[in-house]
Design a protein around this ligand. Sequence first.
Ligand SMILES: [Zn+2]
Length: 120
Amino acid sequence: MGLDTFAVVEKSDGSMVRAPDELFDGVLLICGVLAGSGASFRGKCYADVIEAATGVSLYTQHIPAAKVKEMAQNLSKVASVMPDCTHEGRDYDCWRCDTAHLKRWFQIAADNDFCVHGWW
Ligand SMILES: [Zn+2]
């Protein structure tokens, strides 16, 4: 089952639009079918890491902004006790790299009051 994950702006009139990609510059996550880099990523590749760190499944259609903030805090806790990577650069098979970049992604989403949508 594929899964793409999107950061979404919830407007005051209740409508939803995708968050701007440029806010997520420098965050390196695997892209999906419809998800590019930036405000979206291939959730399927990270669902296990996220669920282990936050207790929240990315296989959720709508994760509200308050829950996204909790997820960012929990990812930050996990990242703060991770041993440093011993390899060069970004390794897409490394859970420590994944956690560090997911932490940044969720922190940006949390700081901007974005919610997170799963699409599969
Ligand atoms: Zn690494």
